[in-house]
Structure formats: structure tokens, C-alpha cells
Design a protein around this ligand. Structure first.
Ligand code: HQG
Length: 181
């Protein structure tokens, strides 16, 4: 696939596997998995045909490793970013001392008052390095990077998980653990 087709397919798969499985007439299991055959049939019926080889290419090449195939290759799921109810069975892990969150100026008053909240998603998404956080913020405008005192948060009993593609996830980040970077 050329890069533009790859991005288009990846966006459609994000829609189906994170947000609206019904557009490809599939349902996600409680862990977010869907049978590959059912997905490919559904994509075809939705007018967005995809071959098995193309799906594998999207899984392998999507810039952020957004999707994963099961070990037997028969199921696929999004690694994170869902708005539909799924429980990804990710283990709780000790985070690095500092994590980063990329956002924009206009959200700062609310973030200072109430901390980082998951908004539409299931978790607050945190990056292991500043450059990644900057790219996340850039999606919305001139990026502002916040540092999260993950060591202190963790010591205070907050749980952290890491998705299969290296995104750190937390239920929330109260304002006392945040500072502008
Ligand atoms: C902001 C992309 C007001 C938050 C990226 C963010 C990431 C608040 C927005 C992944 C707030 C939510 C996630 C509060 C947080 N008041 N605004 N209390 N707390 N916000 O898209 O972190 O391409 O749900 O700063 O690369 O931007 O989808 O989260 O600006 O990894 O794979 O509310 O999405 O990956 O936006 O991005 P999002 P995010 P994918």
C-alpha cells in the first residue's frame, strides 16, 4: 500500500476497533478483539475492502503500532484509545519517574483546576518522552508539554498501565502532580 492508502486504512480501522464497530457490522469482545474474517467481511460490506495482507501491513506499519494481532493471527484489536467499553487486561506497572502530556494553552485553566481527565477515552494518555508528548499536543495547535511526577503519584497509590505500543495510561492525574515543562 502507498502511504496515503495506509493512513486511510488505519483511520478506518481506528474508527471500527476503537469507536464504532457497528460501521463494519462487527462487535468487539470484552477485551477489544474481533475475528479477522468477520472484520474483513464487514469492511467489504461497508465499501472499504481490505485484504488480509493489507490488514497485516497496517498492523505492522501503522506509525504508532495502533493495532495488534492475536498470537494465532485470527483476531485483531486496537492497542489503546477506545471510547467503546473494553477492558484491555493490561498489567499495572511501575512508571518512569517522569511522564509527559502534550496539550494546548486553551485547556490549561481547566487542567490546572481539575487535573488531567480521560475526557472521551478510558484513560489519560501519557508519553515516556517529551518529544512524543509534543507531537500529541501538536494535533491541536501550538503544543504545551506538562511533566507528570509519576514517581510521587505511584508512591501515593495511583496505578499506571502501559499499552502494547508504549503509551502510559492512568485513570486521572490530579493537578498537584503536574508542572509545565
Ligand atoms: C485535554 C493519539 C480540559 C488533553 C495521541 C487533550 C495520543 C483536558 C484532550 C492519544 C483535561 C483529550 C491521546 C481537563 C485533559 N480539561 N481538557 N481536565 N484533561 N484534557 O485525544 O492525550 O493517533 O482524548 O490535554 O497520539 O490528546 O489516537 O487525548 O488535549 O497517544 O493513536 O483533553 O491519541 O493517538 O484529547 O491523545 P484525547 P490526547 P492516536
Amino acid at each position: 500500500m502507498d502511504p496515503r492508502e495506509l493512513v486511510r486504512a488505519s483511520k478506518f480501522l481506528s474508527l471500527v476497533l476503537r469507536h464504532r464497530p457497528e460501521v463494519a457490522n462487527v462487535t468487539l469482545d470484552p477485551r477489544g478483539w474481533v475475528e479477522v474474517d468477520a472484520l474483513l467481511n464487514g469492511c467489504r460490506a461497508a465499501g472499504r475492502p481490505l485484504t488480509r495482507a493489507e490488514l497485516e501491513e497496517v498492523v505492522a506499519r501503522s506509525d504508532k503500532k495502533r493495532f495488534a494481532l492475536s498470537a494465532d493471527g485470527r483476531r485483531v484489536r486496537a492497542q489503546q484509545g477506545h471510547t467503546v467499553a473494553v477492558e484491555l487486561d493490561l498489567p499495572a506497572r511501575t512508571p518512569p519517574d517522569v511522564l509527559y502530556h502534550g496539550t494546548v494553552d486553551r485547556f490549561l485553566p481547566a487542567i490546572r483546576a481539575e487535573g488531567l481527565r480521560p475526557m472521551g477515552r478510558h484513560h489519560v494518555h501519557l508519553s515516556p518522552d517529551e518529544a512524543t508528548a509534543r507531537r500529541v499536543g501538536e494535533r491541536r495547535g501550538s503544543p504545551v508539554v506538562l511533566a507528570v511526577d509519576a514517581a510521587r503519584m505511584h508512591a501515593d497509590g495511583h496505578e499506571f498501565r502501559i499499552s502494547g505500543n508504549g503509551v502510559w495510561l492512568a485513570a486521572e492525574v490530579p493537578p498537584r502532580y503536574l508542572c509545565r515543562w
